[in-house]
Design a protein around this ligand. Structure first.
Ligand code: MD6
Ligand code: FE
Length: 214
C-alpha cells in the first residue's frame, strides 16, 4: 500500500488510499512515448466510438496490447480483435510496459502485468463523463494512467456517481496510479480547454494500462 510520507518518493502525491499522482514521472520520456503512439495510430487509427446508448464519444481511441477496450452497440468489452478493423491490436511496446510496471511498483503495486493499453486522444471540448473502470476481471490490479500534452482537469469522486468530486489538474508527464480501495471510484475528465502544447499541438493524450484478464 502507499507509504504517504516515504522519502524515496517525494514526487508521489496521494489522492486517496490506493490512488496517487506521480507528478512529471513520464516527462523525460514523453517524446519517445508520443512517437510510439504515432506508430500505433498508423496501424490502428484513432476512432470515435459509439456507445451502447448511441452516442458518439468526443474522445478518440485506439489500443495496444493483447486486448483492447472498446464500445459498440453490444456494450463495453475487452477483446483481442478490433471490431472496426477486424484486426488484432498493435503490440504493446516494451517501453510502455516497463513504464507502467515501474510506476505501479513505485505506488505500492509490485505485481502489475498489464495486458491492455487504451489510448485516448482529446481535442478541445472532448471530455470523459464520470465513470468506473469495472470491465477488468481482477479488481486487485491497479490502473496506471499517463497524461501527455495539454493539461486537463481530472475529476476524482467516490463510489456513487453523485458523490462529491475532487478536481486535480493533470499535466504533461503526470502519471496516476489507481488501485486498492480506490479502484472503483468514479472519475472523469472535464471538457479540454483549447491550447497549444509543444509536444502534442492541440491535443491531450492519455494512456491507461490495465490487466483485463487474470
Ligand atoms: C483520462 N482516465 O485521464 C481518463 N481511468 O483521460 C481514466 O479514465 C482513468 O486516469 C482509470 C484510472 C486512471 C484514469
Ligand atoms: Fe477510467
Amino acid at each position: 500500500m502507499l507509504d504517504l510520507f516515504s522519502e524515496e518518493a517525494p514526487w508521489l502525491e496521494p489522492l486517496a488510499e490506493g490512488a496517487a499522482i506521480l507528478r512529471r514521472r513520464a516527462r523525460d520520456e514523453a517524446a519517445a512515448l508520443l512517437a510510439l503512439v504515432d506508430d500505433i495510430a498508423a496501424q490502428n487509427p484513432f476512432h470515435h466510438r459509439i456507445t451502447p446508448g448511441g452516442h458518439r464519444m468526443s474522445v478518440a481511441m485506439t489500443n495496444c496490447g493483447d486486448f483492447g477496450w472498446s464500445t459498440d452497440a453490444r456494450g463495453y468489452q475487452y477483446s483481442e480483435y478490433d471490431s472496426v478493423s477486424g484486426q488484432r491490436w498493435p503490440a504493446m511496446p516494451d517501453r510502455f510496459h516497463q513504464l507502467a510496471v515501474a510506476c505501479a511498483e513505485e505506488a505500492g503495486f509490485p505485481h502489475f502485468q498489464p495486458d491492455a493499453c487504451l489510448i485516448n486522444r482529446y481535442a478541445p471540448e472532448a471530455k470523459l463523463s464520470l465513470h468506473q473502470d469495472k470491465d477488468e476481471q481482477d479488481m486487485r490490479q491497479p490502473i496506471v494512467s499517463v497524461s501527455l500534452g495539454l493539461p486537463a482537469v481530472f475529476q476524482f469522486g467516490g463510489f456513487e456517481r453523485g458523490d462529491a468530486v475532487q478536481r486535480v489538474l493533470l499535466e504533461h508527464g503526470d502519471v496516476v496510479v489507481w488501485g486498492g480501495p480506490s479502484r472503483l471510484r468514479y472519475h472523469g475528465i472535464l471538457p479540454l480547454k483549447a491550447g497549444s502544447h509543444p509536444a502534442t499541438g492541440a491535443f491531450r493524450y492519455n494512456l491507461t494500462f490495465r490487466r483485463a484478464f487474470r
